[in-house]
Design a protein around this ligand. Structure first.
Ligand code: SF4
Ligand code: SF4
Length: 134
């Protein structure tokens, strides 16, 4: 006479959370053991800028086009040269794109974290870094 009462579905005996937890034990970690193991960097990695003062013609295009205002043109031996402020830099490398003389190149220098803010100002000199990638 009355409607059959609906039986609630059986709960799975092993919860999905447990299944996932157990499966993770046999999964390779997504993280690396940095800083104990150094990462493999791609050829297009964008680290600290390498500036070649010999190629620079003091046009200021790098400073003009920098979206983060991270390049200030400063005088060196009577000519304006780019000074990089890495605490502002977003490593977009528009400066290198804009440079008509290819005077700015990327490097694999990436360990830049510091509490010493003035050390993040890279003054123009013959070579601001030695590990250029291109
Ligand atoms: S990499 Fe980008 S943000 Fe950094 S100095 Fe060059 S243009 Fe500016
Ligand atoms: S764009 Fe290139 S040539 Fe012009 S000031 Fe910058 S580094 Fe020098």
């Amino acid at each position: 006479m009355g409607e059959k009462s609906q039986v609630p579905p059986k709960k799975p005996r092993i919860s999905p959370m447990w299944k996932r937890t157990v499966s993770q034990i046999f999964t390779k970690p997504a993280t690396t053991k940095y800083p104990f193991v150094k990462p493999q960097l791609g050829s297009d990695f964008r680290g600290e800028q390498v500036f070649d003062i010999k190629l620079c013609v003091s046009c200021g295009l790098c400073s003009r086009d920098c979206p983060a205002k991270a390049i200030e043109m400063v005088e060196v031996d009577g000519k304006k040269r780019p000074q990089f402020m890495l605490d502002r830099c977003v490593f977009c490398y528009q400066c290198a794109e804009s440079c008509p003389r290819n005077a700015i190149k990327s490097s694999v220098i990436y360990e830049l974290a510091t509490t010493d803010k003035p050390s993040l100002v890279i003054k123009p000199r013959a070579s601001s870094a030695t590990e250029a990638t291109s």
